[in-house]
Write a protein that binds this ligand. Structure first.
Ligand code: ZN
Length: 308
C-alpha cells in the first residue's frame, strides 16, 4: 500500500489566511524553522495505479496538481482517483468534493447520517450527480468492514458530534455513532505481517480507547490527531475560543495527552497529522518538536509518502 499525505494541517491550513499568530507571522516573513502545510488530506493506493482519497479537503484541487501520481492520463477526461471515503460531514472533510464535480465517475463512501447531511440538506452536492455515470454514494457503518478494490476498511465510531451547521431538527433524526469515524485500512500485501500491511487513520480523536490497543499494536503506521499541543492553546494564542477536548481533539502534551497515552503501543511508525497552525510542533527549533521526536513520533508534512 502507498500512502500520500497531500496535506498535513488542520482546518485553516498553515499559515491560515486570517491568522497573525506568532507562527503564521514568522512563516510568512521567512523566519520560521518549518514548512507551510495545506489542509488535511490523504490518498492511498494498493499498487499506485488507482487511488482512494481519505476525505476531501478544501485544498484538494491544489493538492492533486502537486501530486503527479494523481494527474489524468490519455487525452481526454480521466482520473486515477476512483473513490473517496468520508469520515465526517465537516467543511474540512467534504468541501473538496465540489472540486471533483467535472463529470468524473467516483464512488463516495460515508455513513447514512453523513450522506443525509450532504445530499438532503446541502443541494450544492447535487453537482456530483449531473450525469448518469458520475458519483455513486455508498453507505458504510461503524464496525462493518468494506472493500475498496484490494483494500479492506474497518470503520469505527469516534467520540465527536455532527458539525455546527447541522440543524437541531436534523440532528434529532441522525445516529450520533455515525458522526465521526476512524479507519483501520488493511492491504493484502506488504507490511510487517504475512497477511499484509495496515494503517490506522484517526485525524480527530478526543481520547484513546483501551479497546484500540490490540490493533494499534498490530498496525504498521498510525496517523493520529496532532491538532493541539495543549488543551488551552487556542484560548492562549487567540485570546478566546474553545478548549481542545471540546473540539474533539486530545492534546499531545501533558500526563493525559496523546504522547503519554500512546507511549507503549508497538506500532513502528507513529505520525502526528492534522496539525493546527498554533501547534508548536510545526516549529522544528521548538522544545515541543524535540519532545515529539524523542517520544518516537514523526510530524507529517505535505508530500510525505509512506510505503506499507
Ligand atoms: Zn496562526
Amino acid at each position: 500500500m502507498v500512502v500520500k499525505v497531500l496535506g498535513a494541517a488542520a482546518g485553516g491550513a498553515f499559515p491560515q489566511w486570517n491568522c497573525a499568530c506568532q507562527q503564521c507571522r514568522r512563516l510568512r516573513s521567512g523566519a520560521f524553522a518549518g514548512q507551510p502545510r495545506t489542509q488535511a488530506q490523504v490518498a492511498i493506493s494498493e499498487y499506485g495505479v488507482s487511488w482512494t482519497l481519505l476525505n476531501a479537503s478544501p485544498d484538494l484541487r491544489f493538492q492533486i496538481e502537486a501530486t503527479p501520481q494523481l494527474w489524468p492520463s490519455g487525452d481526454s477526461l480521466h482520473s486515477p482517483i476512483r473513490s473517496v471515503v468520508i469520515t465526517a460531514a465537516e467543511a474540512d472533510t467534504v468541501a473538496g468534493l465540489l472540486s471533483l464535480r467535472e463529470f468524473q465517475p467516483l464512488d463516495i463512501y460515508a455513513t447514512p447520517s453523513v450522506l443525509r447531511i450532504l445530499r438532503e440538506d446541502n443541494s450544492l452536492f447535487a453537482l456530483l450527480n449531473r450525469v448518469a455515470r458520475q458519483a455513486v454514494w455508498k453507505e458504510i457503518q461503524p464496525d462493518q468492514e468494506f472493500a475498496v478494490g484490494a483494500l479492506r476498511f474497518r470503520p469505527f465510531s469516534l467520540a465527536g458530534g455532527f458539525p455546527g451547521f447541522v440543524t437541531s431538527d436534523r440532528r434529532a433524526q441522525l445516529d450520533a455513532a455515525e458522526a465521526v469515524l476512524g479507519l483501520l485500512i488493511n492491504s493484502p500485501s506488504g507490511g510487517s505481517s504475512p497477511s499484509g500491511g495496515s494503517m490506522a487513520y484517526l485525524p480527530g480523536a478526543a481520547k484513546v480507547e483501551e479497546s484500540w490497543r490490540e490493533w494499534l499494536d498490530e498496525c504498521d503506521v498510525l496517523l493520529f490527531d496532532g491538532t493541539f499541543w495543549t488543551e488551552d492553546e487556542l484560548c492562549r494564542v487567540r485570546g478566546g475560543g474553545k478548549g481542545a477536548s471540546e473540539m474533539g481533539h486530545l492534546p499531545l502534551s501533558g500526563p493525559c495527552g496523546s504522547i503519554a497515552a500512546l507511549r507503549d503501543i508497538k506500532c513502528p511508525r507513529k505520525i502526528f497529522f492534522h496539525i493546527n497552525n498554533t501547534n508548536p510542533i510545526l516549529d522544528e527549533s521548538s522544545a515541543a518538536y524535540a519532545e515529539v521526536l524523542d517520544a518516537g513520533w514523526e510530524v507529517a508534512q505535505d508530500g510525505m509518502e509512506i510505503e506499507i
